[in-house]
Ligand binder design. Structure first.
Ligand SMILES: *[C@@H]1O[C@H](CO)[C@@H](O)[C@H](O)[C@H]1NC(C)=O
Ligand SMILES: *[C@@H]1O[C@H](CO)[C@@H](O)[C@H](O)[C@H]1NC(C)=O
Length: 178
């Protein structure tokens, strides 16, 4: 009785370490074979409007509005270990107080390789506001299309698909026309 139990235990230990090794190999191989996507990202315009802060009616708050065009082929990121992609547009800049900001203002989840060719002419999906209330004095912003690849097995990987070559200035705020 005792020896049968020990044998079963042994077999299952061997089996699970084999499975672990296999999973590790899958995770590693998909990490190595992740290809670089291609595409272009154009920021058609950046506008800044001043308005009232939503939660503080007497405080001024500036909002940036970004119009952009993306054409990108993310299908090289789809392989047998790709569950889905989280694709997003990020603006990166340093504000007048010297604080570095990374703001995600548009995103999309891509679940199938057939949907991995992205052609979007759009504007921000999420409010893009500066935490110190004003964009004035901020550095020009870098705009980047990035992705998180969620695998079936293994760790999340991050990457950059396309970036705008030259940083773009924030214009001075205009009064919002409601
Ligand atoms: C973006 O696309 C629109 C139409 O989809 C076009 O009119 C515009 O010129 C494009 N802008 C840039 C910067 O490529
Ligand atoms: C923007 O990108 C350039 C080139 O990669 C880099 O030198 C610069 O520091 C970036 N600016 C910000 C605010 O991240």
């Amino acid at each position: 009785m005792h020896s049968i139990y020990a044998r079963v235990n042994n077999v299952s230990a061997t089996l699970s370490s084999t499975v672990m090794a296999l999973l590790a190999a899958i995770a590693l191989s998909s990490f190595i074979f992740t290809a670089q996507p291609t595409g272009s990202l154009d920021i058609a315009s950046v506008k800044v409007f001043a308005g009232e802060a939503r939660r503080y009616p007497h405080r001024r708050q500036e909002y940036a509005f970004v119009n952009f065009n993306i054409t990108a082929d993310l299908s090289p990121l789809f392989h047998w270990n790709t569950k889905q992609l989280f694709v997003y547009l990020e603006a990166e800049y340093t504000n007048a107080k010297g604080v570095r900001n990374q703001v995600i203002f548009w995103d999309r989840i891509v679940r199938r390789q057939e949907d991995a060719v992205i052609a979007v002419s759009g504007k921000n999906k999420y409010p893009f506001r500066e935490i110190s209330a004003k964009f004035k004095g901020s550095t020009p912003a870098n705009y980047t299309l990035k992705y998180n690849l969620m695998p079936f097995v293994g760790v999340l990987t991050h990457g950059e698909a396309v970036r705008v070559t030259d940083p773009i200035d924030f214009p001075l705020a205009r009064e919002r026309v409601e």
